[in-house]
Design a protein around this ligand. Structure first.
Ligand code: COA
Length: 225
């Protein structure tokens, strides 16, 4: 590309008008502000059940609400999309729908994020401000890595995982698909958190968690155990 050619910002739709969806808009703004030319052209937000307060919040920042999540599917040209919905299960449903129509999942990384050598981040993933990923880390599709999360060396994070603010995943961990790590949750080094498991807020996993388990406390134990 010649240096005279203008870079065209890519159209993007955010799925989800809730808190995280609007935080994703902040990341889009931050990415654009940090680039010589805007990377993204935010077309608007879609949501199946917007409430009045969130519609007002969106309108206050001058972003369009486009309608329900089916609206972009009727457009002639697929645009990029990102799902700003915290639930791994709902996020998967949305992504499957858009991917089936050849929409492109955008990967959004806040400019303040740091990472070392050999870190790969999958399509649809959102990495929020202040996150630190050290070295040799794989982050799957549609993963949310929230504010100030740390991920240690040689860890892998599967698809549709949510890692909530301040959580800390130590080195050599395997976080399988669809896991939710609650706010300030800690996973000690070398552990596997099984697919679909939930580590509650402020819990500390000191042993592997089986798939689907919901564990809380320090040390984390399955709820009701
Ligand atoms: C673990 C979790 C998924 C359980 O949710 P839930 O099934 O709706 O649980 P409830 O709120 O009904 O609480 C059930 C019991 O577990 C306890 N509990 C819930 N979460 C807990 C936690 N993180 N640590 C310790 N105990 C917890 C409650 O005190 C309650 O105990 P009780 O029966 O003795 O009163 C949820 O509490 C959690 O921690 N989610 C993460 C939230 C998060 O990260 N938020 C930030 C978003 S950015």
């Amino acid at each position: 590309m010649s240096s005279l050619e203008k870079v065209v910002a890519k159209p993007i739709v955010v799925v989800g008008i809730g808190g995280f969806g609007r935080e994703v808009i902040d990341i889009i703004d931050a990415v654009n502000a940090a680039s010589p030319e805007p990377v993204w052209d935010l077309v608007g937000v879609v949501d199946d059940a917007p409430n009045d307060l969130n519609l007002e919040r969106l309108s206050l920042r001058g972003v369009d609400f486009l309608g329900d999540t089916g609206v972009p599917l009727s457009w002639p040209n697929p645009v990029s999309y990102v799902v700003g919905i915290g639930s791994p299960r709902v996020r998967r449903l949305m992504a499957e729908r858009y991917d089936a129509e050849n929409f492109r999942a955008a990967t959004l990384v806040h400019p303040s994020v740091t990472h070392g050598f050999g870190v790969s981040i999958g399509p649809g993933a959102v990495v929020c401000a202040g996150a630190r990923l050290t070295t040799n880390i794989t982050v799957g599709q549609h993963v949310h890595i929230n504010l100030n999360v740390t991920v240690g060396h040689d860890s892998s994070i599967g698809d549709f995982v949510s890692v909530n603010p301040l959580a800390s995943i130590s080195g050599d961990c395997v976080i399988e698909d669809g896991v939710l790590i609650g706010v300030a949750g800690v996973v000690l080094n070398g552990l596997t958190i099984g697919a679909g498991a939930v580590l509650g807020g402020s819990a500390c996993a000191v042993r592997d968690l089986a798939p689907g388990v919901v564990a809380v406390g320090v040390p984390a134990k399955p709820m009701g155990a």
